[in-house]
Write a protein that binds this ligand. Structure first.
Ligand code: DX5
Ligand code: ZN
Length: 219
């Protein structure tokens, strides 16, 4: 169990100070910036899209990890790549053809991730599909909102995914998203998570201070 990475989710940032918030997490040593795009169809809420990403890209050097909570995300992959995503994660439940969507992301020269919702079993991702990924995202809450409580049954899914990846001899990071904070970090770390998305835990209160404390827990 080594060091895990932190991906602050700007969904919980102060949008009136978005540039500063991103700067603070970059300086604070975040590994990736998690960018949650919601369409109001795949999930109940709407967040932001391409114009915002294009703007924040200008002053940020950090890896942009775009989590698309969007129905038929294939429609936007090219544009998302052009406006500054470094990695694009789509939902297995939202694509017509997961292999084709992953190939489309790779054709744009970007890292490709695939996510599953809490009710989708790890077995829904075939070995062939798993082998094509740069990242697998296990949702640990229902996608759509920040600040929810970690779903306990996720731990077993992380464990199962981790042992599958090992059994296949692959080197794919497992990302977890939802309800991750100082009380759940150890649980997901122990189960095999490699990248922790954290929204409210990072941005509620003093961003720089929170990140410092969370980073220490991730060592
Ligand atoms: C939820 C989003 C998350 C969200 C996590 O649908 O995908 O990235 O920002 O928020 P917290 O860390 O507050 O649970
Ligand atoms: Zn997310």
């Amino acid at each position: 169990m080594g060091k895990v990475k932190i991906a602050p989710s700007i969904l919980s940032a102060d949008f009136n100070e978005l540039g500063k918030e991103i700067h603070d997490v970059e300086v604070g040593g975040a590994d990736l910036l998690h960018v949650d795009v919601m369409d109001g169809v795949f999930v109940p809420s709407i967040s932001f899209g391409m114009p915002v990403i294009r703007s924040i890209r200008k002053n940020a050097k950090i890896f942009f990890d775009v989590h698309m909570m969007v129905t038929k995300p294939e429609r936007y992959i090219k544009e998302m790549a052009e406006c500054g995503a470094d990695g694009i994660t789509v939902h297995l439940e939202a694509v017509d053809d997961a292999m084709a969507a992953i190939a489309m992301i790779h054709d744009c020269g970007k890292k490709a991730g695939l996510s599953i919702k809490p009710e989708t079993p790890v077995s829904a991702i075939s070995d062939e599909l798993l082998k094509s990924l740069d990242l697998v995202l296990i949702m640990t809450v229902q996608p759509g909102f920040g600040g929810q409580k970690y779903i306990e049954s996720s731990t077993e899914k992380i464990r199962e995914m981790s042992s599958r990846i090992n059994a296949l001899g692959l080197d794919i990071p497992i990302q977890v998203d939802g309800g991750i904070n100082s009380s759940t970090i150890d649980i997901v770390k122990e189960a095999g998570a490699d990248i922790l998305v954290m929204g409210s835990a990072v941005f509620e209160g003093n961003t720089a201070e929170n990140l410092k404390v969370l980073k220490e827990k991730c060592l």
